[in-house]
Design a protein around this ligand. Structure first.
Ligand SMILES: Cc1cc2nc3c(=O)[nH]c(=O)nc-3n(C[C@H](O)[C@H](O)[C@H](O)COP(=O)(O)OP(=O)(O)OC[C@H]3O[C@@H](n4cnc5c(N)ncnc54)[C@H](O)[C@@H]3O)c2cc1C
Length: 470
């Protein structure tokens, strides 16, 4: 990197918060993503304020240095892995939290994790009811940048749906506020759709390619204290799909609902069942694991009755095992996924959304790919909103076997094409989807136009979005 650029960056953040040392850069060369080649950046800076972020971006623009915004580094599709000549901007020092109790919102700096926010809000008997299963390390801003989802999404939708506004440093260093806070006299964040088009939405899911989110304003809710956990068995795919659709149609909105294929559930239980205290069971072909939550017990009891009725009307039965959903919900900030690291698994993940009615199409697609290539993998997912189901199929490989890893990479590309054909949409965009997106040319061109206009020097996380160059 140009020594002059380094000097100017040093002036902004101070000696302690800039580094080009190999041992430091090494820790920015990878992320939680397994199955991606790591790559060291040229330098890393750790700003402490929006002002510093803005000044850094101006320097990067002047010297045409690609910048990679990084917060928790917990993303799973290689989104935060730098290029060799890039500057990583580590945002974890932006730790401010400001509560607007009467506005039912909170504003957090880009370095605040879901775990830290939950600890803060718990004191006020409040919460943000959706969090990813990486909540202890993943930041709210990072999750907004990828448009994440997780436990709580079955009722409230993706995290983006809770966002009221953002503070963003644009690629030229200008700072904007979106939502009601675009008005400097606003008492705080209270409305997202305030001044014409939804500019907040432009940055949700943009993976840091259009600007750096320095603050997120997000809705808070009174914490729930009434929960019910149960599992429901179904004989086949049509009945389990109908179950989820009918729940929503009858205004029953579980906090978290996952469908498990019997054979996959057994696979998990063999590894984790004992640790989580889940009784041994002859699991049916399909199981729904569900957490219901309500502010009032009478509402909860009514939901429980309605779920049972709907389940039995469509050939299902109440299994009566509560430990599985209880483990998923109560341990949602650390959860099952942690266990996959403990067990040393290596995988590639292909997040996407289907409608509950198309659930079987994703399951069929991943089994088709696993069988065709002789790979080990699994399907998993959860109801993720008004009428969507979030899927995260994994394909595993042995890290010591480069040939098998290549096979998984190729199989994943093939899977992405199959999924798009089946009507699925990406949950988080990533390079996997590129080939299959060819049919969406005008849409991608619009993203390219916006990107080029906002970022004429192309410095802001240049390669993360799978959109073609003009
Ligand atoms: C065990 C485990 C479980 C997981 N479970 C879930 C889950 O349930 N739901 C889910 O959605 N994800 C999940 N993930 C994936 C991951 O946690 C999310 O993608 C997460 O939101 C990434 O946030 P981060 O702060 O770690 O961001 P990073 O990994 O640092 O960055 C992610 C992307 O966002 C960009 N970015 C980061 N911060 C900013 C910013 N302030 N402004 C602009 N761009 C930025 C980066 O450049 C990169 O493209 C899981 C990961 C692990 C390891």
């Amino acid at each position: 990197m140009d020594p002059q650029a380094l000097d100017q960056l040093r002036e902004i953040v101070g000696d302690e918060y800039i580094s080009t040392r190999k041992d430091v850069l090494l820790s920015y060369s990878s992320s939680a993503s397994t199955g991606y080649d790591s790559q060291m950046p040229a330098a890393v800076v750790r700003p402490a304020s929006t002002q510093e972020v803005s000044e850094i971006v101006k320097v990067a623009n002047k010297f045409k240095i690609p910048v990679i915004p990084r917060s928790g580094g917990s993303s799973l599709q290689g989104e935060v892995i730098p290029s060799p000549e890039s500057l990583v901007i580590d945002l974890l020092r932006l730790e401010e939290i400001k509560l607007y109790k009467d506005l039912r919102s909170v504003t957090v700096g880009a370095g605040v994790t879901f775990g830290a926010l939950d600890k803060f809000l718990k004191v006020h008997d409040l919460w943000v009811p959706v969090s990813p299963e990486s909540a202890l390390v993943c930041t709210v801003a990072g999750n907004v940048a990828v448009n994440g989802a997780g436990p709580g999404s079955s009722r409230y939708g993706c995290v983006g749906e809770l966002v009221l506004g953002l503070e963003v440093v644009l690629p030229d260093g200008r700072v904007i506020n979106t939502g009601s806070e675009a008005n400097p006299h606003a008492p705080g964040p209270f409305l997202r759709y305030a001044f014409g088009p939804d500019l907040t939405g432009l940055f949700i899911g943009s993976l840091g390619s259009l600007g750096i989110i320095t603050k997120v304003s997000i809705k808070t809710f009174r914490r729930m204290h009434h929960f019910y956990y149960d599992t429901y068995g179904f004989p086949d795919m049509p009945s389990v799909e109908r179950f989820l659709i009918e729940l929503k149609q009858n205004e029953v909105h579980p906090l978290f609902a996952s469908i498990y294929e019997g054979r996959i559930l057994q696979f998990f239980m063999d590894m984790l069942g004992e640790e989580y205290g889940i009784p041994k069971h002859q699991w049916p072909p399909l199981t729904v694991s569900m957490t219901l939550g309500r502010m009032r017990d009478d509402l909860l009891q009514s939901d429980i009755r309605m779920v049972k009725k709907i389940c039995e009307e469509i050939d299902g039965h109440v299994i009566g095992i509560s430990e599985l959903p209880r483990g998923e919900w109560e341990d949602r900030m650390r959860v099952f996924v942690r266990s996959s690291y403990v067990h040393g698994w290596h995988w590639r993940i292909l997040y996407h959304h289907q409608t509950p009615a198309n659930w079987h199409k994703s399951v069929d697609a991943i089994w088709e790919i696993m069988d065709k290539h002789g790979l080990l993998g699994h399907t998993a997912g959860f109801l993720s909103g008004h009428s969507s189901y979030n899927f995260y199929p994994h394909l595993y490989f042995f890290p010591d076997d480069p040939e098998e890893e290549q096979k998984v990479r190729a199989a994943h590309k093939e899977l992405s094409r199959l999924l798009l054909k089946s009507g699925a949409v990406p949950f988080k965009l990533s390079q996997y989807w590129t080939d299959g997106l060819a049919e969406m040319k005008p849409y991608l061109e619009l993203i390219r136009i916006i990107k080029d206009r906002l970022d004429p020097n192309g410095i802001m996380h240049p390669e993360v979005l799978p959109i073609p160059e003009e």
